[in-house]
Design a protein around this ligand. Structure first.
Ligand code: PAF
Length: 287
């Protein structure tokens, strides 16, 4: 039987564990999560385990990245199950501070990335990436990881965090890991739990629209407007899926594109019932 991971509830406990277990030459891999773990998270954990001596998973539903009208209170949580899953993966440390241990009531510092975070989800959720950057920097500060692992499903988040780490000279390697999908194409997300059976079936138009975009690009289409028209058509076939945005931007700088003249990402956000879902596909021309 695998051992339960050690649980640290505040920065001092996490630092104490790490000071006892991290030897001079050992490396630390961090997987930041908001819990309610699924195979997508576990794929990050497995990669972190493979590439590092010590594997730390943080579980913290970060209030700072939710707007007042968003789903902070309803966000799914199941600590017991998360710990079972992490003990099966032989994770060394779970860092799960309470909101009070993470944020002092008179805190007055916020980390803002001012370019990549402005479009896509950043435009739809003002302040969201300030919350993400602030909590991720705090996690880096406590855990001091050599490597940190993020899913490519949150494509914009990954780019924003890479930029923050670069701009602030953070001594951590940021690794993006592939989106994990159900067999029928639905990207794994903790928020899929909000979907009823019918909504779950309807949500498949998102990955299907990305398949269509990929096929067009493979077939030589370079006109971004034409590709997006097809993406929107596929999604609009299911009127209960309310598209928030469908955009094609540069894969690294997230700059708007008219022509597919470089590696690009097609990114989507849509409401399906109570769930706000995101998905994306990196698009590369064949030539
Ligand atoms: O992707 C997430 O689950 C969160 O945004 C993160 C990176 C753990 C920060 O709260």
């Amino acid at each position: 039987m695998k051992k339960m991971p050690h649980i640290a509830r505040n920065p001092a406990e996490a630092r104490e564990f790490l000071s006892l277990h991290v030897r001079t030459r050992s490396s630390v891999g961090l997987v930041p999560t908001m819990g309610f773990l699924h195979e997508g998270h576990l794929s990050l954990v497995r990669r972190a385990k493979e590439e590092n001596d010590i594997c730390v998973v943080s579980i913290f539903v970060n209030p700072l990245q939710f707007a007042p009208a968003e789903d902070l209170a309803a966000y799914p949580r199941d600590m017991e199950r998360d710990l079972e899953l992490l003990s099966a993966e032989d994770v060394h440390l779970v860092y799960s501070p309470s909101p009070g241990a993470m944020y002092l009531p008179d805190r007055s510092t916020l980390i803002t990335e001012n370019s990549l975070s402005r479009c896509l989800c950043g435009a739809a959720r003002p302040g969201h990436f300030d919350g993400v950057c602030t909590v991720v920097l705090k996690l880096f500060s406590v855990i001091a990881p050599d490597r940190a692992y993020f899913g490519e499903k949150d494509y914009q988040q990954l780019q924003v965090i890479k930029r923050m780490a670069r701009d602030l000279d953070l001594p951590v390697e940021i690794t993006g890991c592939p989106i994990i999908r159900e067999r029928d194409g639905l990207a794994l997300s903790s928020r899929n739990i909000y979907l009823g059976e019918k909504e779950r079936a309807e949500a498949l138009v998102l990955s299907r629209s990305l398949d269509a975009a990929e096929e067009l690009v493979r077939g030589g289409e370079t006109d971004v407007t034409r590709i997006l028209d097809v993406v929107r058509d596929v999604i609009s076939a299911c009127p209960s899926v309310a598209l928030e945005y469908a955009e094609i931007r540069g894969a690294d700088d997230l700059a708007p594109l008219d022509i597919m003249n470089k590696r690009a990402v097609c990114a989507l956000a849509a409401r399906v019932g109570r769930a706000r879902l995101i998905d994306n596909r990196v698009l590369e021309r064949r030539d």
